[in-house]
Design a protein around this ligand. Structure first.
Ligand SMILES: *Cc1c(COP(=O)(O)O)cnc(C)c1O
Length: 339
C-alpha cells in the first residue's frame, strides 16, 4: 500500500524510537521535563520568538492561540478555506465564543491588506470588534500553497494598523520556507504567534509548537491546562520532536517527489493536476466521469491511498515514508485504476 493520504502518516524511525526510550523526563506541568524545556527553547529560537509551548496537536495550538489573543464574543478574520474555519469543529466558537468573519482570500489564501481593512470591525454599541487575524502557510485546502513572506507581512501590517494581533497557522511553515528558499523567520517575523506541527512532514509521532512573546506563552501555558493539555513525563514524545527538527531540509525531497507525482498524474486521462508548490497535490477528477469518493475507492483497490478534498478533488500528499520509486509506482497504479 502506498499511503499518500497525508504527511501525518509518517512513522517514527529507529532513531526517534531510541531518542524516546532514552529521553530525560520530569513532570512538565511543574516545568520539570528537561527534554520539553529544550524543545520549547529550540523551537522558539528557530522561528525567532521569545518563547514556545509544546502542545499535543496543531489544532490545540491554534485554539489556544485564539483564546489567548481575544476576548469572548469578538470576531476573527480568516480565509474561508482555512483550517481553523473548515477543520477544527468550529472550535473558535465552541471554546472561545468567537465569531468568524470569513474572507475569500483568492487565490492562495492570504487576504490582501484591503480585505483585512474591509473586514475589520471596530467595537461599538452594536459590534463586537475584531480580535484576531488568522493566516495559514502553507495553505492546505488551497493545495499547499507557499505564501511569500511579503504577503504575510502586508496582511499582518494591515491588522496591526487596527491594533489586531495576528496568528499564523504554520502547520507546514517549514515546507513554505524550504519551497520559497527563505529563512523561516522571514515568514514568522511579522506575526505575533505561530503554530507549527512536528507530526507532519518532519516525521515526529506526536506534537506541535506554539510560539510567541514570553507573555503570550505564559498565558498560553495556562490555557493549554484549561483545555486539558497539561502533560506530565512528556519528554518521551518531545525527544522525537527535537529529532524531527533536524529533518527540515529533507522537505525539499518531498516537494520534488510531489512535482514528479503531479506530472505523472496530470498525464493520466481524466485527471487535471496543477503544479504543486510544496508536498500537496490536488487532482481534479471530474473528467473521469467519477466523483472523488469513487476514484479513492478504485485507488484503494490498487493499493494507493488518497484523501477526498472536494466533490471532485482528490488530495495526494508526499512525505518522508514514500520515495521517488513509490511515487512513480503510485502513478502507474492510478493509471491502471482509472483505465
Ligand atoms: C494538520 C493541520 C492542523 C492541525 O494539526 P493537528 O495536529 O492534526 O491537530 C492545523 N492547520 C493546518 C493547516 C493543518 O494542515
Amino acid at each position: 500500500m502506498i499511503d499518500l493520504r497525508s504527511d501525518t502518516v509518517t512513522k517514527p524511525d529507529e532513531e526517534m524510537r531510541e531518542v524516546a526510550r532514552d529521553a530525560a523526563v520530569g513532570d512538565d506541568v511543574y516545568g520539570e521535563d528537561p527534554t520539553v524545556n529544550e524543545l520549547e527553547a529550540r523551537a522558539a529560537d528557530l522561528v525567532g520568538k521569545e518563547a514556545a509551548l509544546y502542545v499535543p496537536t496543531g489544532t490545540m495550538g491554534n485554539q489556544v492561540a485564539a483564546r489567548v489573543h481575544t476576548e469572548h464574543g469578538q470576531e476573527v478574520l480568516a480565509d474561508r478555506q482555512s483550517h481553523v474555519v473548515k477543520y477544527e469543529l468550529g472550535g473558535l466558537a465552541q471554546h472561545s465564543g468567537l465569531q468568524v468573519r470569513m474572507l475569500d482570500a483568492d487565490p492562495n489564501g492570504v487576504p490582501t491588506p484591503e480585505q483585512v481593512a474591509d473586514g475589520y470591525v471596530a467595537e461599538d454599541v452594536h459590534r463586537p470588534g475584531t480580535g484576531l487575524l488568522c493566516l495559514e502557510n502553507t495553505h492546505n485546502a488551497r493545495g499547499g500553497r507557499a505564501i511569500p513572506s511579503g504577503e504575510i507581512a502586508a496582511a499582518a501590517e494591515a491588522a496591526h494598523d487596527h491594533g489586531v494581533p495576528v496568528h499564523l497557522d504554520g502547520a507546514r511553515v517549514f515546507n513554505a520556507a524550504v519551497a520559497l528558499d527563505v529563512p523561516v523567520t522571514d515568514i514568522t517575523e511579522p506575526v505575533d504567534s505561530v503554530m507549527f506541527c512536528l507530526s507532519k512532514g518532519l516525521g515526529a509521532p506526536v506534537g506541535s509548537m506554539l510560539a510567541g512573546s514570553e507573555e503570550f506563552v505564559e498565558r498560553a501555558r495556562r490555557t493549554r491546562k484549561l483545555f486539558g493539555g497539561g502533560m506530565r513525563q512528556v519528554g518521551v514524545i518531545a525527544g522525537p520532536g527535537l529529532r524531527a527538527l533536524e529533518n527540515v531540509d529533507d522537505l525539499a525531497t518531498d516537494h520534488e517527489n510531489a512535482r514528479v507525482l503531479a506530472d505523472g498524474l496530470d498525464s493520466v486521462a481524466g485527471l487535471s493536476v496543477a503544479e504543486p508548490e510544496t508536498n500537496i497535490v490536488l487532482a481534479d477528477v471530474a473528467e473521469t466521469g467519477l466523483d472523488a469518493a469513487a476514484v479513492i475507492d478504485r485507488l484503494r483497490d490498487h493499493e494507493v491511498l488518497a484523501t477526498q478534498f472536494g466533490p471532485t478533488t482528490v488530495r495526494f500528499c508526499t512525505h518522508r515514508d514514500v520515495d521517488r520509486e513509490d511515487v512513480e509506482t503510485a502513478v502507474d497504479r492510478v493509471a491502471t485504476a482509472l483505465e
